[in-house]
Design a protein around this ligand. Structure first.
Ligand code: NAD
Ligand code: DAU
Length: 370
């Protein structure tokens, strides 16, 4: 049976990758994207699908209850995949308010709209599914010898972002427990790949290096993240949506724990190699040190650490692996190479998504022209 999916935040990084993935895998399904197009959301990410009428786009806010209810009804939505969020930790430290609004209130509005659309005359609509996309940051920070996070690790969110995502997870859980909604949650580790907004570590390092700007490594750069190629995350969500229709939580990781400084060095090494093997890159990016035979790693600069910076995240993906047979397909090496090549091949995308004020901010922070 074809499904009618509502994908919130589908013009963002992971949501956009998921919409591409789903439309390719399930061409008979209807996919409706609801996105407020904040600085992090871009129609360009979905342009090929929108042009081909492979998905529909509703420009709007998940906190707008009448809008959400009308979308659920109009498109007869039976599957919600909820990505929409404020997602950047540094921004949450600078100003947490939008994080509470979108991540906590927005999730509750969505849940309430689904309850009203799917629960009628004392019965839930058969087969309706709500999938909430969350993060490993809700579990807090690990010590060097601690076991990786499992689904039963206690919640200990440290940043305003993590606290807002924890709040959203708790609302999903409460709707399951109190109202009998069937819902799944995935808590994923650090994603990277195509369409990643260049404020997060990996795309920022690529774009800064191409401009010859410094590569800001917070503190000693020894913090550890578990890196998950975005297509592997999308496949995991696909398997969850195709799995048993019961409420459950899945941790999703890449089996790829690495220190930030090593990630930055690997990005630099890949760029150095691409400039050596593709002479035309030097003309396209003359400010990049690699254009002059100098390693991008010379741009690395240790800067002031993030406030309350979590030292280590790591995911134990056993539940996802044993229940649904899902394993990551990319290694860090293959995923990083794909990512660097994607950014070199999609210059117009990343230039387009960085609006004037963001370009100016980057130039002020890291040098060069906007
Ligand atoms: P993103 O910031 O790239 O995209 C967020 C999208 O949500 C944007 O398109 C934005 O326009 C939209 N949006 C924001 N506020 C909205 C609102 N009020 N109404 C409607 N749309 C709104 O984020 P991302 O990195 O793609 O993350 C997607 C989800 O995955 C988030 O829930 C995030 O917490 C979670 N997550 C991200 C990662 C990661 O490494 N990026 C890892 C684990 C979990
Ligand atoms: O763990 C999952 C989380 O991963 C998601 O829930 C978040 O939405 C996503 O943004 C990401 O959070 P992080 O804070 O881990 O990602 P970020 O890319 O901002 O930073 C990765 C690491 O790199 C972190 O330890 C901080 C560091 N860093 C980051 C930036 C932007 C730097 O050293 N320099 C930088 O300029």
């Amino acid at each position: 049976m074809p499904r009618n999916l509502l994908v919130t935040g589908g013009a963002g990084f992971i949501g956009g990758n998921f919409v591409h993935h789903w439309c390719a895998r399930y061409p008979d399904d209807r996919v409706v994207v609801l996105d407020a197009l904040t600085y992090a959301g871009n129609r360009a990410t979905l342009a090929s699908l929108l042009d081909a009428r492979r998905c529909e786009f509703v420009h709007g806010d998940i906190t707008d209850r009448p809008l959400v209810s009308s979308v659920l009804e109009r498109y007869r939505i039976d599957t919600v995949v909820h990505f929409a969020a404020e997602s950047h930790v540094d921004r949450s430290i600078a100003d947490p308010t939008a994080f509470v609004h979108t991540n906590v209130l927005g999730t509750q509005v969505l849940l309430e709209a689904c309850r009203s659309a799917w629960y009628q005359n004392g019965v839930w609509q058969a087969g309706a599914r709500f999938h909430h996309v969350s993060t490993d940051e809700v579990y807090g920070s690990l010590g060097p010898d601690d076991s990786p996070f499992t689904e039963s690790s206690p919640y200990a969110p440290n940043s305003p972002y993590a606290a807002s995502k924890a709040g959203s997870d708790h609302f999903v859980r409460a709707y399951v427990h109190t109202y009998g909604l069937t819902a799944t949650i995935s808590n994923a580790s650090n994603n990277y790949g195509p369409y990643h907004f260049p404020e997060k570590l990996i795309p920022l390092m690529i774009v800064n290096a191409l401009h010859g700007r410094r590569l800001p490594v917070y503190g000693d750069g020894q913090q550890i993240r578990d890196w998950l190629y975005v297509a592997d995350h999308c496949r995991a969500i696909e398997h969850i949506l195709n799995g048993p229709n019961v409420s459950d939580t899945f941790n999703v990781g890449g089996r790829a724990e690495h220190r930030n400084l090593d990630i930055v060095r690997q990005v630099c090494a890949l760029l150095d190699e691409r400039f050596r093997s593709t002479p035309t890159l030097a003309a396209r990016f003359p400010d990049c040190p690699a254009a002059h035979g100098i390693s991008c790693a010379t741009l690395v600069a240790h800067v002031e650490d993030r406030r309350g910076h979590d030292r280590r995240y790591a995911i134990d993906p056993t539940h996802l692996s044993t229940q649904l047979g899902v394993e990551p397909q990319e290694t860090l090496e293959s995923g990083l190479a794909r990512t660097v090549d994607w950014f070199l091949d999609h210059e117009s995308w990343w230039r387009g998504v960085m609006d004037g004020s963001y370009r100016q901010w980057i130039a002020d922070q890291y040098g060069g022209t906007a």
